[in-house]
Design a protein around this ligand. Structure first.
Ligand SMILES: *Cc1c(COP(=O)(O)O)cnc(C)c1O
Length: 386
């Protein structure tokens, strides 16, 4: 199909894969098929579409597009990133053991510990930045390794290829939450992962105006299972949100370049500022994951965490900002800033937060597409008040 060829570059596939002009009208953008069902030609004969939970052409276009960008066999769109993670966890069953990065997204931790542990699944939370910790946590019942890299908000970098090799040696699958990097900077399936997951709410959509989750699989076996989960559990993405995310992805390559260029500048500015206790960004020379990040990804991204030393310092600073927006989420055109301890990671118990280094003075910024000089001026005036 036009635009799907593996020989085409990333940006070309971002614009075209999965979305040839509409056969009926020639419409160059995929229509929003706002329908719940499809008329049959005659009993026993339909056009490949029966009911919208199972198939929707707008959703299918998004799924084909992201499968092309991640280099997998098929894509699956869910109503949120958490719904996509829920679908991954249907691959394991009661009695199975899962190894997860100790510093995953707060909602992932909440879902695993407060819901899934009730179903006789067990979890080991390990510092996956050292692959030896994954190996040490392996048991005979380990069936899944769930990685996030870089992690949220501590920016720990984990070796995807080494984790894949280890998981496969123990008859387990590797799933990677690739939300922070997007397929533009990092493609886990090419490094050996079995499943890649996105909160499409973030960089893929990119405009802070839709919620969605995506899975891409390396093999048909998991692809068939996820299609079955979409049909059976039903947390699928609606046609309008599919359209918005598909539209967002068309500019992914140019947005990621700019996000990162500004991210580097903001990280360097913060690193040189005397009110800032420490800066966590894989692109800084002293970051322990820098070399690995350069090996397995083509960029450092636009997420930066930094410590202002105390809750009072963080509050004074955040309340003074005028251009940066105090809000949860990330990956939008607007620069979003948050305090993980009271916002995204509030569901992580205080003693665990302390263990992970998520202090009350820690602030996380997702650098957007504004003029970077305006961002630095705003940061400067707010830091002056601390
Ligand atoms: C936001 C996020 C999620 C959850 O996605 P939703 O779309 O909010 O459900 C999962 N992982 C990471 C890394 C995220 O940033």
């Amino acid at each position: 199909m036009k635009g799907d060829s593996k020989n085409l570059g990333f940006s070309t596939r971002a614009v075209h894969a999965g979305q040839p002009p509409d056969p009926t009208t020639g419409s160059v953008s995929v229509p929003i098929y706002q329908t719940s069902t499809y008329a049959m030609d005659e009993l026993g004969k339909h056009k490949g579409f029966e009911y919208a939970r199972v198939q929707n052409p707008t959703r299918s276009a998004l799924e084909a597009n992201v499968a092309s960008l991640e280099g997998g066999v098929s894509g699956h769109a869910f109503s949120s990133g958490m719904a996509a993670i829920s679908a991954i966890l249907t691959l394991v069953k009661a009695g199975d053991h899962v190894i997860a990065s100790h510093n995953v997204y707060g909602g992932t931790y909440r879902f695993f510990t407060q819901i899934l542990e009730r179903y006789n699944l067990s979890f080991s939370w390990v510092d996956t930045t050292d692959v030896a910790n994954i190996e040490a946590a392996m048991t005979d019942s380990t069936r899944l390794v769930f990685l996030e890299t870089p992690t949220n908000p501590m920016m720990g970098v984990s070796d995807i290829a080494a984790a894949a090799e280890l998981a496969h040696a123990h008859d387990a699958l590797l799933a990677v939450d690739n939300t922070f990097m997007s397929p533009y900077f990092q493609r886990p399936l090419a490094l050996g992962a079995d499943i890649v997951m996105h909160s499409a709410t973030k960089f893929l959509n990119g405009h802070s105006d839709a919620l969605g989750g995506l899975l891409v699989t390396a093999r048909e076996k998991e692809a068939e299972w996820f299609a079955f989960v979409q049909k059976s559990a039903g947390a699928v993405l609606g046609p309008f949100d599919s359209f918005l995310i598909l539209r967002g992805i068309k500019t992914l390559a140019v947005r990621m370049e700019r996000h990162e260029a500004s991210g580097r500048k903001v990280a360097e500015f913060l690193n040189a500022h005397d009110k800032v206790v420490r800066v966590l960004y894989p692109g800084l020379p002293d970051h322990p994951g820098r070399e690995l990040q350069q090996r397995q990804a083509t960029g450092f991204g636009a997420l930066i965490s930094f410590d202002l030393g105390s809750h009072a310092g963080a509050k004074t600073f955040l309340d003074r900002l005028r251009v940066l927006t105090l809000a949860e989420s990330l990956g939008g055109v607007e620069t979003l800033i948050s305090q993980p301890a009271t916002m995204t990671h509030a569901s992580v118990p205080a003693d665990r937060r302390a263990e992970l280094g998520i202090t009350d003075g820690l602030v996380r910024v997702s650098v957007g597409l504004e003029d970077v000089d305006d961002l630095i001026a705003d940061l400067t005036q707010a830091l002056d008040a601390v």
